[in-house]
Design a protein around this ligand. Structure first.
Ligand SMILES: C[S@@+](CC[C@H](N)C(=O)[O-])C[C@H]1O[C@@H](n2cnc3c(N)ncnc32)[C@H](O)[C@@H]1O
Length: 277
C-alpha cells in the first residue's frame, strides 16, 4: 500500500509530538513503550492497515491533523466542523494545544458516540459544541459562511455506510455502531457486487457536500482523510474500495465545481483530499 506518511520524518518527530500532544497520563503510557517497539509501531501504522489501537496512533494522528490544518489555515482563530467524529477526539485534543481561541464543532448522529465525545472533550481548553444530528442539516445550527474548515477524520466511510443503512432501514442513531458494522459491510458489499455503489451513494454524498458549502467561508476547505483498519478487511470490506475511498470520492466531487482541489505538499492524494470553496 502507499504509505500514509514519510517514515523517517515521523520517527524523527515522534518524541517531540508525544510531549506536545499527549496529556501527562498519556505521556506516561507512551514512555512505557520501548524505543524499538515505538519504531516498530510507527512503521506498521504508516505501511499497513491498522491492526492495533495504541497511544502511538494518537500521537501520529493528532500531529498529522495539526500539520494539515497549519498548511491550510496558518492563522489562529480557527472554526472547525468535524463530520462523523464518533467519539474520536484527536482533532479537538490537538486544537486545544495548537489552536487556542478556536471553536471545535462536531456533527454526529450516533447517540452513544456523541455522549462519549461530549465526555472526552468536557475538560479541554477549547470551545466545543457537539451537534447531535445529521451533518446534512448543519445549516439549521450554524450561520452561513461561519466555518473555516470541515474535517472528515476517517469519516467518509462512516457517512457512506450511514447512507446505505438509511436506505436499508437500519438504525445507526440509537444502535451500537460497532455491533452494526457487520451489517454495514454486508450492505457495502452488496453495492459493489451489484455495481450500484456510485449510483446509490454519490447523490446523497454530494448533497451533504452541497450543504456543507453553505456553512463554509469563501476560501474555506473541506479536508478528508482515510486509512485502512485491518478489522474491516477481516470482516469482509471490499479491499479495493477500502483502499481507494478517497480517489473514488475525489472523482464524485468534480460534479460540484464550486470546490477546487488544493494540493498540499506532503499529503498523499491516496489518503487525503483538500477541497477549497
Ligand atoms: C465510527 S464513528 C466515526 C469515527 C471517526 N470518524 C474516526 O474514525 O476517527 C461513526 C460516526 O459517524 C457518524 N455519522 C455517519 N454519518 C453521519 C452524518 N451524515 N452526519 C453526522 N454523523 C454521521 C455516526 O453517527 C457515528 O457517530
Amino acid at each position: 500500500m502507499i504509505p500514509l506518511d514519510n517514515l523517517e520524518k515521523c520517527s524523527t518527530h515522534l518524541d517531540e509530538h508525544a510531549a506536545r500532544y499527549l496529556s501527562p497520563r498519556e505521556f506516561e503510557e507512551y514512555t512505557a513503550i520501548s524505543g524499538s517497539e515505538r519504531s516498530r509501531q510507527v512503521r506498521a501504522l504508516l505501511e499497513r492497515p491498522i491492526a492495533h489501537f495504541t497511544i502511538i496512533n494518537e500521537v501520529y494522528f493528532r500531529a498529522r491533523w495539526a500539520e494539515a490544518l497549519r498548511a491550510v489555515h496558518p492563522q489562529q482563530g480557527l472554526v472547525l466542523l468535524e463530520v462523523a467524529s464518533g467519539d474520536a477526539d484527536m482533532i479537538p485534543q490537538m486544537m486545544a494545544r495548537d489552536f487556542p481561541h478556536s471553536r471545535y464543532l462536531a456533527a454526529n448522529t450516533n447517540q452513544k458516540l456523541t455522549a462519549s465525545l461530549r465526555t472526552k472533550t468536557r475538560a479541554i481548553p477549547v470551545d466545543v459544541a457537539v451537534i447531535e444530528g445529521d451533518a446534512v442539516a448543519v445549516g439549521r445550527h450554524l450561520a452561513p459562511e461561519s466555518v473555516d474548515v470541515v474535517a472528515f477524520q476517517h469519516g467518509v466511510n462512516d457517512v457512506l455506510q450511514a447512507i446505505l443503512c438509511d436506505q436499508a432501514g437500519v438504525d445507526t442513531t440509537h444502535a451500537d455502531w460497532m455491533a452494526t458494522l457487520p451489517r454495514m459491510i454486508e450492505l457495502v458489499r452488496r453495492e459493489i457486487d451489484r455495481n450500484t455503489f456510485e449510483q446509490n451513494l454519490k447523490p446523497a454524498f454530494l448533497a451533504l457536500l452541497e450543504q456543507l458549502l453553505k456553512v463554509l467561508k469563501p476560501g474555506g476547505l473541506i479536508v478528508m482523510n482515510h486509512y485502512m483498519f485491518q478489522l474491516d478487511l477481516d470482516w469482509g470490506y471490499p479491499p479495493a474500495l477500502w483502499e481507494n475511498l478517497i480517489p473514488i470520492v475525489r472523482t464524485w466531487t468534480k460534479d460540484i465545481p464550486v470546490y477546487r482541489e488544493a494540493s498540499v505538499e506532503g499529503f498523499a492524494p491516496q489518503w487525503w483530499l483538500f477541497l477549497k470553496k
